[in-house]
Design a protein around this ligand. Structure first.
Ligand code: 13P
Ligand code: SF4
Length: 333
């Protein structure tokens, strides 16, 4: 008992500087439960020559406490391709870990919880893509990166919410197929002359926001800036002051510094951005991604201790899937 108490005390001391940064978004009682795992993870990373790639939706104790590289799907993919370490821990959902493995196949890539899926990735199968291709013969297929490697293997090129318009236009054709996010596809279609054949997948988190909700918040907070992720329905995006990928959203806040802001996206993102902007008031219509939330400090610690769960992709899928991701990476941002 006394030993446990002294190790918590030592961990609190060792993590005090980090806690100073995040105290506005994590109460001290909660931090007391995180400090030991944070310290253990930092030691394990050193011992195993590992980096943690954390998506912007990770909780703040992960994002600010143990992550080495943070970002949106595109930034994490680019970093995953170039890190020179033995182990990459993907603190995000399964497709992000697969993307890291595709781009850096000689590294051990770990996903701390195999159940960290994505409603978009689940909305389409490789067979669905084959049927679409047969129905629209000759059209290139763009897949949102939120898909399984097996789906990517059937497609010509990937895109993320950060580069979807550029990817659509990079192909130099009048018509493309874009899967699986119907809302992202419609939002992109509004900004380009290229005709887009869509699939009706959606993100279970972003589809919950409504245009009426945005209008109600604006009525309550007349000075609020509203920024939306492009996975939101188009009528929600139409109500926003800006729409962009998670990195573009946080860059917008950093540049514009509105007095009050509402991020129409996953809940933890507001906490993570708020840490760097103590003068901005964040209004939080909190929507949690149940998949992202499966990644915890405890599961990251276990991943590094037990080398679980290793991401492996059969070569017959990896080769064409890698081509689609690589082709995306090569399109200038
Ligand atoms: P970003 O690429 O914008 O980070 O989005 C990923 C995602 O899953 C959003 O729900
Ligand atoms: Fe998938 Fe939506 Fe969760 Fe992003 S927020 S991982 S798109 S379910």
């Amino acid at each position: 008992m006394a030993q446990a108490f002294s190790s918590v005390k030592a961990a609190l001391e060792a993590t005090a500087q980090t806690y100073d940064r995040v105290r506005a978004v994590i109460p001290p009682e909660e931090w007391a439960g995180f400090a030991e795992d944070i310290l253990a993870i930092r030691e394990l990373k050193h011992k195993r020559r590992a980096v943690i790639l954390a998506h912007n939706y990770m909780t703040p104790e992960i994002f600010h406490g143990v992550a080495d590289i943070t970002g949106d799907s595109l930034a994490l993919a680019r970093k995953a391709a170039s890190v020179e370490v033995d182990v990459i821990v993907s603190a995000g959902v399964h497709f992000m870990a697969e993307t890291a493995k595709l781009l850096n196949p000689s590294r051990t890539v770990l996903i701390p919880n195999l159940d960290a899926g994505c409603s978009l990735a689940e909305s389409i199968t490789p067979e669905d893509v084959r049927v679409l291709k047969a129905r629209h013969a000759g059209l290139p297929v763009i897949t949102y990166v939120n898909t399984s490697a097996a789906v990517k293997a059937e497609c010509d090129i990937c895109c993320t919410s950060g580069n979807a318009k550029q990817i659509v236009e990079s192909l130099g054709v009048p018509e493309v197929i874009m899967v699986p996010d119907g809302y992202l596809g419609r939002n992109v279609a509004k900004t380009t002359q290229v005709k887009i054949i869509l699939w009706n997948g959606s993100c279970e988190v972003h589809e919950r926001f409504t245009a009426q909700e945005v209008r109600d918040y604006r009525a309550q907070h007349p000075d609020i800036a509203v920024i939306a992720h492009p996975e939101c329905p188009p009528d929600v995006v139409a109500e926003a002051d800006f729409a962009g990928s998670t990195v573009k959203m946080s860059d917008w806040v950093a540049q514009k510094k509105p007095p009050k802001v509402m991020l129409l996206t996953e809940c933890s993102m507001s906490d993570n951005v708020a840490v760097d902007h103590p003068d901005i008031e964040f209004v939080r219509p909190c929507q949690l991604c149940p998949h992202m939330k499966k990644i915890t400090l405890k599961s990251i610690r276990r991943a590094l201790e037990d080398n679980t769960y290793q991401v492996e992709i059969p070569e017959a899928i990896a080769t064409p899937a890698r081509r689609a991701v690589q082709r995306m990476i090569e399109v200038p941002a």
